[in-house]
Write a protein that binds this ligand. Structure first.
Ligand code: PBG
Length: 327
């Protein structure tokens, strides 16, 4: 054939493929979500095979191993004992609570590890909702924001580097920024869950924390999965309110939203590859239907290709381990 343009020339060897590769996935792009509880035993999580509810000692060890493999940051998710759950979620800002204790221990053991905390009330209130619930079942926006401010200040005081509000209340980024600044925490960053969708992919996570809503669903605050333009509206607000990083969640079913946010804003974009996405791969790999490592690398690279600067993933340590072994 008389064919001067042959794109296959750029795919001929691994060396050339490496030279023309547009997207890299390395441990430096990954944030490792870790579950913790007040017990002294590390418990396997039934709803999320391969994940663990860590004791404080186990958490510090696991975070240290991940960090040594090149993972820059972890994000904490606490399982709070039923005895401490209340209607007003006040355990969420207890300075002697599980999360502040864990932050302090992590920063002491691993000063260069970036510690991110989840700011939302669902692990702490008896309703299992991210916000405070009125007697008639409505989720109260402004009252919740006031509670989130107390929670974020508690985390910052304990040494958190980044607070990550995952609640989807209106106005919470501005309120957190202003309260953090007033308290002298100008350097504590906000990673906002900008476009968090009301998603069935969170099911296994709620099992891990025993944090499923006791009634109704989260559709009055989390976004409708049919909407993408609305994510740009949330992004403009978060940017104006002072968010440092925007997040899209879940990741793979929302690659178009990641792409749109990347085009729309100069802010860094994070994507959360959530529990249901993790489990779909785990289940397929466990039945021998898919090659876990290959699927994970292809999937996470596609999230980067769509425009995510960083990815929160339960596979973070696996990826870092494969890369450290040159696999
Ligand atoms: C709640 C929160 C959820 C997740 C992270 N923070 C669950 C929810 O909104 O119901 C889900 C993470 C996952 O599924 O991996 N504040």
């Amino acid at each position: 054939m008389d064919l001067p343009i042959r794109p296959r020339r750029n795919r001929r060897t691994e060396a050339i493929r490496g030279l023309v590769r547009e997207t890299e996935l390395t441990a430096a792009h990954l944030i490792y979500p870790l579950f913790l509880h007040a017990g002294t035993a590390d418990q396997p999580i039934d709803s999320m095979p391969g994940c663990t509810r860590w004791s404080l000692a186990g958490l510090v060890k696991e975070a240290g191993e991940a960090h040594a493999l090149g993972i820059p940051a972890i994000v904490l998710f606490p399982a709070i004992s039923d005895k401490l759950k209340t209607k007003d979620a006040r355990e969420a800002w207890n300075a002697k609570g599980l999360v502040p204790k864990a932050i302090a221990a992590l920063k002491k053991a691993h000063p260069t590890l970036t510690v991110i905390t989840d700011v939302a009330l669902d692990p702490y209130n008896t309703d299992g909702h991210d916000g405070l619930v009125a007697d008639d079942g409505r989720i109260l926006n402004d009252e919740t924001v006031a509670a989130l401010v107390k929670q974020a200040l508690c985390h910052a005081t304990a040494g958190a580097d980044i607070v990550a509000p995952s609640d989807m209340m209106d106005g919470r980024v501005a309120a957190l920024r202003s309260a953090l600044d007033k308290a002298g925490f100008q350097d504590v960053a906000i990673m906002s869950y900008t476009a968090k969708y009301a998603s069935a992919y969170y099911g296994p996570f709620r099992g891990a924390l025993d944090s499923a809503p006791k009634f109704g669903d989260k559709k009055t605050y989390q976004m409708d999965y049919a909407n993408a333009r609305e994510a740009l509206r949330e992004a403009s607000l978060d940017e104006a309110e002072g968010a440092d990083i925007m997040m899209v969640k879940p990741a793979v079913p929302y690659l178009d939203v990641i792409y749109r946010l990347r085009q729309h804003s100069p802010l860094p974009v994070a994507a959360y590859h959530v529990s249901g996405e993790y489990l779909m791969i785990k289940a397929a790999a466990a039945s021998g239907w898919l090659d876990e490592k290959k699927i994970v690398l292809e999937t996470l690279t596609s999230i980067r290709r769509a425009g995510a600067d960083m990815i929160l993933t339960y596979f973070a340590k696996d990826v870092a381990t494969w890369q450290s072994e040159g696999r």
